[in-house]
Design a protein around this ligand. Sequence first.
Ligand SMILES: Cc1cc2nc3c(=O)[nH]c(=O)nc-3n(C[C@H](O)[C@H](O)[C@H](O)COP(=O)(O)OP(=O)(O)OC[C@H]3O[C@@H](n4cnc5c(N)ncnc54)[C@H](O)[C@@H]3O)c2cc1C
Length: 409
Amino acid sequence: MPISFQLEDNTVLAKQHFNRVAREQMRPISRKYDEHEHELPTEWVDFWWKEGRKGAPGRIDGPNDGFVTVCVQAEELCWGDAALYLRMPTPALGGSAVGAAGTPEQKERFLSHFRADGHPIWGAMAITEPGAGSDSAAIETTADYDEATDEYVLNGTKIFCTAGEGASQVEGGFVVVWATVDKSAGRGGIKSFVVPARTPGMTLVGLEKKLGIRASDTATLRFEDCRVPAANLLGSARVSKKGGKKTGDKGFKGAMATFDASRPIVAAMAVGVGRAALDFVVEELGRQGVVIRYDAPRTSQTAIERDLMEMEAELQAARLLTWRAAKLISSGKPNNLEASMAKAKAGLAVTQITQKAVELLGPLGYSRKLLVEKWMRDAKINDICEGTQQINQLIIARRILDYPSSMLR
Ligand SMILES: Cc1cc2nc3c(=O)[nH]c(=O)nc-3n(C[C@H](O)[C@H](O)[C@H](O)COP(=O)(O)OP(=O)(O)OC[C@H]3O[C@@H](n4cnc5c(N)ncnc54)[C@H](O)[C@@H]3O)c2cc1C
């Protein structure tokens, strides 16, 4: 499919709007919430709930490039601060899961109130467990169907759940939980369930102390006889106890489809953090008299010029892969391969670019006076969550070579 890399006019306006939000609302409080890890960034949360989420007036909701605009928004806001981006009161990954696997009725029921007035609310997605990370088919959390009440009963523990505190504790929010309805069915038994905030049996066990994205709440959640209506199983109202399928149930495949939408967003987040570091370094070195001579022959370029050009090239390659994966979603086309390519490239690029930025600035780069060291710490998560670098490379190899996961693991 031919893809134009020219942004639509409305996407450009949205980009400008979110850059202003990043500059004026996020950067000034970036260091504060990096240092106060588990404190709610109230000024940011209130701003976003009341104003930021509306987007540039008439722009995000009006005709635009669809999913490309979502990625452009992620890049701009993560240029501001990736952790605050993850702390925004939105359906977030939980919303991606409902969008990918939910029925129209479920999308309406779980997502529409995020646009209404009221107090800020959050969504989250809980897949990872102490014994199941990259291999999500190893999930042990169970969902037993109770015919008498037409409910599922969840039991298990989920770890590293982004936005898990807000989504589990604040009325109106929800956590999408992956659980197996039949362990003997392997992947086929895994389904996703929407657990509304404060459902009895869902407990916030604690929050992680982290290397980076410290303003983002990363939670451990325990489920003990936690009951949800059968209608909260994403994709269909009910699945038989043996994991049998009913019309409309997308099961494990539906749940996995969430990644095709979330990976380009994480890739865009990575591009935003990488750009923050690169912009800063170019500006700072410019003040010291360093000018990048793009037309100078390679043999006469300085080491710094070569480094900066390489950083720019890596960033641009990651961005174009991201927009390609996003454009395919907007066009209703499969993007499984392209989503993993974007995520693998951007995850690696951002870790290399931010490390180089720290290096090029010398001791100042390592100092907490600047945000560059923070961007280096914030970068790495983009190479871990939503499938690690290695897992995305594995997916790319499978798609290109046409190998099933059983043959290439
Ligand atoms: C800050 C943060 C936020 C997170 N947010 C969420 C969230 O919101 N929801 C959620 O469900 N999870 C979340 N996670 C969890 C994240 O998705 C997992 O950490 C990730 O999937 C890797 O799983 P794991 O940690 O169990 O590592 P493992 O799967 O144990 O992997 C360890 C290492 O081995 C490599 N590896 C594993 N299998 C293979 C293979 N077949 N071939 C080659 N290499 C391999 C991996 O790449 C990795 O380097 C978050 C994690 C962090 C750190």
